[in-house]
Write a protein that binds this ligand. Structure first.
Ligand SMILES: Cc1ncc(COP(=O)(O)O)c(C=O)c1O
Length: 366
């Protein structure tokens, strides 16, 4: 058994959790069917009232002409970038070195589409307007991931975002938003989804991050763009005869949780304050700008893991199911605040943090 499985299984046994919406089990999908009429027709290969209504609803929410439902964001985004590259006749896109396409998609963009990435900024910080201006190469498209997940979910100032958008527009560079967590950043920016999306030519959003559905994605833009994405969805094998289980869960949890993003964001800010009071512990960003942040521990992974496992057993409260080593003497984890945090009383939070402070201050002492 690996150490990760050990902390994972200890986490799975906890009743209360600081992060997430609760277990990902089949019940999550079953709940969404309760209010459905069983005579409702399935969508068929991307057509039918069921899928079309959801696409229209999301296009309106995101302030775009049209939207297409995809089984995954991985598929939707590779297709979006392929379309923009084909239009410009240049297979080059710029993005962050730690974006999802670069590190989590087995080089799909390069191997399936022959698109070459131009990496901007470095692994520790966000892309700035200067990075875009000084990229040194022609590109068809710039992809921005908001928030930038692998560096704790950081965000540029809104003015910087507007400046990047205006520059791309002037230069004829298409701007695509990886908005896997777009809903989660609305409270920080104090903007509507449509206002943010208006800065971009195309946008992808996910229904299983803060929304907490089963899986699924929307790709949105003008009608010409979304129409062009449909044959690509078929070529990628994503034009399933029935996508309704994913659409039902996306719509159900969207309705349940879209109004709770402020609550999750405030929860993340409170929690980060608590973590920053613990020894050997710092959050990135120090003050979260969405429902997510990273916690860095200045101690070896195995020691922090053991401290957390003991804490979960003693309190029944879980913090995270995994830790990743940075080097021999430090490690980190990611927290995304969801429904579970609200189940904890302030007394429980005080208890878990006073214990954590005690355990972390004892680390390394024989
Ligand atoms: C920032 C970001 N972009 C894209 C994706 C891809 O989404 P999917 O899992 O639906 O392919 C993810 C998934 O974790 C993500 O975090």
């Amino acid at each position: 058994m690996t150490m990760n499985q050990t902390i994972g299984s200890a986490f799975n046994k906890t009743t209360y959790r600081l992060s997430g919406h609760g277990p990902r089990n089949i019940g999550m999908l079953m709940t969404t069917f309760h209010d459905m009429n069983e005579d409702t027709d399935s969508d068929m290969y991307g057509k039918g009232k069921f899928i079309e209504q959801f696409q229209e609803k999301m296009a309106e929410f995101l302030g775009k002409e049209s939207a297409v439902f995809f089984p995954s964001g991985t598929m939707a985004q590779q297709i979006a970038l392929r379309i923009w590259c084909d239009r410009q006749g240049l297979r080059k896109v710029a993005y962050h070195p730690l974006c999802h396409l670069e590190i989590h998609e087995e080089d799909g963009l390069k191997k399936l589409h022959g698109i070459e990435p131009v990496l901007l900024a470095d692994r520790s910080r966000l892309i700035t307007l200067d990075d875009v201006k000084n990229r040194g190469e022609d590109i068809s498209c710039l992809l921005l991931e908001l928030p930038q997940r692998e560096i704790g979910g950081q965000l540029p100032d809104y003015a910087e975002l507007e400046a990047i958008s205006a520059y791309c527009h002037e230069q004829g560079i298409k701007l695509h938003l990886d908005g896997a967590r777009l809903f989660e950043i609305l409270p920080y920016y104090g903007k509507t989804a449509a206002e943010i999306c208006s800065l971009f030519d195309s946008v992808y959003v996910s229904f299983y991050k803060g929304i907490g559905g089963v899986a699924g994605a929307i790709l949105t833009g003008d009608s010409e763009f979304t129409e062009e994405s449909k044959p690509w969805k078929r070529r990628h094998g994503g034009d399933l005869i029935s996508l309704y289980p994913y659409i039902i869960s996306s719509d159900y949890y969207f309705e349940q949780r879209i109004g709770k993003m402020e609550q999750y964001y405030q929860g993340a800010r409170q929690l980060a304050e608590w973590f920053n009071r613990c020894p050997r512990t710092a959050t990135v960003p120090e003050v979260p700008v969405s429902n997510m942040f990273h916690i860095h521990f200045a101690a070896p992974q195995a020691q922090v893991e053991q401290a957390l496992i003991d804490l979960y057993e003693e309190t029944g409260i879980g913090i995270t199911s995994n830790l990743r080593a940075i080097d021999e003497n430090s490690c980190y984890t990611e927290i995304s605040v969801g429904d579970k945090y609200a189940e904890l009383s302030s007394k429980q939070i005080e208890t878990v943090f006073s214990l954590l402070i005690r355990k972390l201050s004892l680390l390394g002492k024989a």
